[in-house]
Design a protein around this ligand. Sequence first.
Ligand code: IPE
Ligand code: IPE
Ligand code: MG
Length: 228
Amino acid sequence: MPDCPLKHVAFIMDGNGRWAKKRRLPRELGHKAGADAFERIVNYCYDIGVGAVTVYAFSTENWKRPKREVDALFMLFTEFIDHYVEKLKHRSVRLIFIGDREPFSESFRKRIENVEKKTENNDKMILYLGVNYGGRDDICHAVNSLIAEGKTNITEEDISNRIYTSLSPDPDLIVRTGGEYRISNFLIWQSAYSELYITDTLWPDMKESDVDLAIQEFMKRERRFGGL
Ligand code: IPE
Ligand code: IPE
Ligand code: MG
């Protein structure tokens, strides 16, 4: 679908824990169901012609969670990376991890680098996966790398060209599931003029039709960018 209204859509995948709690299941199983939803939603975005998708999987603040839950999440990320290329089913998706990789184990970092390398020539969609991602960290990282190059008088354009999602335009639409009205340190810089869509649907329940609803709502918005 070449006339897709979204060049870039971002998702705050929230509500996995509550989804599990409703079913008296451990939170880890909520994340497992969330991983299935992730695949469904990303594939759908690809099929309708979205150019870039950013998903928030683990924030710089999520380390505060119990070790057991953090370990389960990283197990899921590892499984995802290991099977991603074969699961693409001829979809030309370039995968880019966004976030600070410094605290990751050597083997996890290598996995990320390998899958990024394997998909780097895929050109239909970019999938940015936020793991240890923080919007504030994104800006600091960009500024520090500019300073390291001896840059002074840093401009907005410089930062936009250096943030983790710099290969894509800022997101047109940010979708948050789970009903919370906050940004939780997601794309702070990039969201300056993004439309926000918040749904009570819990992430593991997210369906293709929920994406359609978000897009319908987006199409009704009048984007003024400060103009009249
Ligand atoms: C989102 O679901 C996934 C991550 C933050 C890793 P949550 O785990 O935050 O689910 P709730 O908000 O507790 O329901
Ligand atoms: C936001 O969800 C982070 C991710 C979805 C990865 P949280 O559940 O961590 O956000 P808060 O704590 O409710 O703000
Ligand atoms: Mg949450």
